[in-house]
Write a protein that binds this ligand. Structure first.
Ligand code: GLU
Length: 510
């Protein structure tokens, strides 16, 4: 079997959104599973749609996801350059080769002539038709003009394009690895432009030439490219490369949460859900937060994406990148669209936080804390805290709320939740607790709990009635992990200090 070579071929026309990342991911998983190569190719031939920074963004997003290309603009290989604008000169030769072979022709029609063709077809009720076999001989091109005239026009470099000559009455059949047998009638395909007047190739020409030259074995891309597949197949055939043609698969759309149409970048803003992997500044200058900034682990993000349109046939939902590589198969990708569910995305993140926080991921939390102005000088303490609170964190940013009281005494204490049931008996309990805690030498969870319960029993108080005030004194509010876990991490001095402060507040109010 030939070495598998797949490509992810985005156009740098805007922020790469989650659908694009999923296309990259599925290509990557397939390549790695078959010990093949994953190639990043930047398709930037349409200069009018070029967006500054978009290529860099694509590269950074893939890196964040752990998707490392074998070849690409930053990993030069044997088949480069990997940016189409740098390959510009080679496409013309291929377009002309097709003209020589009779599968393409020069077209000299002016924009006005093209416009009047459109008007004419519209007035005849044929607006579904375009420049194609039924009208091409009425237009100004090398098929309709005498050879000498064509030559003369080429000689004076009269503005022209090269169009593919699609033969009518042919059924193009091909197999899509997800959708099965597909067919399309060539009568419905227009004579697409291959080479533009400025000498730049169109997508159709560049994609086929590059897939051929880069020895691509499988073309996997989004469903929106399905209608282009017959044109590409014809090009492979017209060039005489049919025995080298790649296999095809078109991934389903990622749908809005309600299943009503494709999830667009605008839906993200409208519904307040992220659609970009990382922060992206759009054309209007608005910065849109991505999954990364919202507190997603890349492991969770790619796990969620992989399952948006694929499963391994079991109930398993949590997969590491390596497991995905081992289990992935194109045939198990669904043909129908997958609804994006942000709550489910958060569930994946929660699972990954619980699973992976011990494995060096704690440093991410350290950054989050330090960015918020909380200096961490004891990494071991932070790791202990992460273990205590991770079950309560859905997003990485939740660690800030769940852990900052360990490092900084709470600014406000929710005394209002204690006050209504506060009494002298409880006050005495805490006075006694401070006294006993001061005498403890081994400051650890079990001893703290034991002492707490003994004093409660001796004071004829239910320990349940003083646990909440204790928690609020330490944390500031009603949340956090086990209260004796908190006290054991805070240490003797800090715990006692917080109880004393709590008592001052409560007794001053009553
Ligand atoms: N440049 C196309 C895009 O932006 C690639 C389509 C393909 O993979 O053939 O999605």
């Amino acid at each position: 079997m030939k070495k598998v070579r797949v490509r992810f071929a985005p156009s740098p026309t805007g922020g790469l959104h989650l659908g694009g990342v999923r296309t990259a991911l599925y290509n990557y998983l397939f390549a790695k599973k078959h010990k093949g190569d994953f190639i990043l190719r930047i398709e930037d031939t349409d200069q009018s749609r070029y967006v500054e920074g978009a290529e860099q963004y694509i590269v950074e997003c893939l890196a964040w996801c752990g998707i490392q290309p074998n070849e690409g603009p930053h990993q030069e290989g044997e088949y480069g350059p990997y940016r189409q604008s740098k390959r510009k000169d080679l496409y013309k030769k291929y377009a002309e080769e097709l003209v020589q072979k009779g599968h393409a022709y020069y077209a000299f029609d002016t924009p006005e002539e093209i416009e009047s063709l459109r008007e004419k077809l519209k007035s005849e009720g044929k607006s579904n038709l375009q420049y194609g076999y039924h009208v091409r001989y009425d237009m100004r091109n090398s098929l309709s003009l005498p050879a000498a005239e064509t030559e003369a026009l080429l000689k004076i470099n009269f503005p022209h394009v090269i169009r593919i000559k699609i033969e009518p009455n042919e059924i193009i059949q091909f197999k899509d690895m997800i959708r099965g047998d597909m067919e399309m009638d060539t009568n419905n395909i227009d004579d697409k432009v291959l080479l533009k007047a400025d000498g730049m190739p169109t997508y159709h020409l560049a994609v086929v030439v590059d897939d051929y030259l880069m020895k691509i074995t499988h073309v996997f891309r989004g469903e929106e490219w399905l209608p282009s597949a017959p044109v590409h197949i014809l090009l492979w055939k017209y060039f005489g490369w049919k025995n080298r043609m790649p296999e095809w698969a078109h991934f389903p759309l990622i749908l809005k949460p309600d299943g009503n149409g494709k999830l667009s970048k605008r839906d993200g803003e409208r519904l307040g859900i992220p659609v970009f992997p990382m922060q992206w500044k759009d054309a209007a200058g608005d910065t849109l937060k991505g999954f990364k900034e919202l507190g997603f682990l890349p492991e969770a993000f790619i796990n969620m994406l992989a399952l948006l349109g694929w499963n391994d046939g079991t109930e398993q939902e949590i997969f590491s990148l390596n497991e995905l590589i081992a289990k992935f198969s194109i045939e198990r990708v669904h043909a129908s669209g997958a609804k994006f569910d942000y709550e489910k995305a958060k569930w994946f993140n929660h699972e990954w936080i619980k699973k992976s926080m011990g494995n060096g991921q704690w440093a991410i939390v350290k950054n989050i804390m330090e960015d918020a102005g909380i200096k961490i000088d004891d990494d071991e303490k932070l790791k202990k805290i992460i273990e205590l609170v991770k079950d309560r964190c859905t997003l990485l940013t939740d660690f800030l709320h769940q852990s900052s009281f360990f490092f900084k005494a709470p600014q406000t204490i929710d005394t209002a939740s204690i006050q209504p049931k506060w009494n002298e008996k409880k006050n005495q309990f805490f006075v006694e607790l401070i006294r006993s805690y001061q005498l403890i030498n081994q400051w650890q969870h079990d001893d703290l709990e034991k002492t707490f319960k003994e004093i409660a029993a001796a004071s004829q108080i239910k320990s349940g009635d003083v646990l909440l005030p204790f928690r609020i004194m330490l944390v500031g509010a009603k949340y956090g992990p086990g209260v004796f876990d908190i006290a054991s991490v805070l240490g003797k001095d800090e715990t006692i200090k917080r109880i004393e402060h709590g008592l001052t507040l409560l007794n001053n109010k009553s």
